[in-house]
Design a protein around this ligand. Structure first.
Ligand code: ZN
Length: 73
């Protein structure tokens, strides 16, 4: 099962963006859309869940882990 964080850091203002989407009963799947709302600038972020076991990082799908890693860097 893929873990999706409750809170991410907004790319625009650096404040916390809280998850809007509830976890599906069967858990998150690759390709699911996860929505976040930033408390700072009120922007909405729609992220696509990427396969954590896929190291290639397909060009047509958003790399969720890399996105998070970039934000934390
Ligand atoms: Zn923001």
């Amino acid at each position: 099962m893929i873990e999706v964080p409750e809170i991410i850091t907004c790319v625009d203002c650096g404040q916390n963006a809280h998850r809007l989407s509830y976890s599906p009963e069967e858990g998150w799947q690759v390709g699911d859309i996860v929505a976040y709302r930033c408390r700072g600038c009120n922007d909405r972020w729609d992220l696509v869940v990427a396969d954590p076991n896929d190291e290639r990082g397909g060009s047509d799908s958003f790399d969720f882990r890399q996105w998070l890693a970039d934000r934390e860097a």
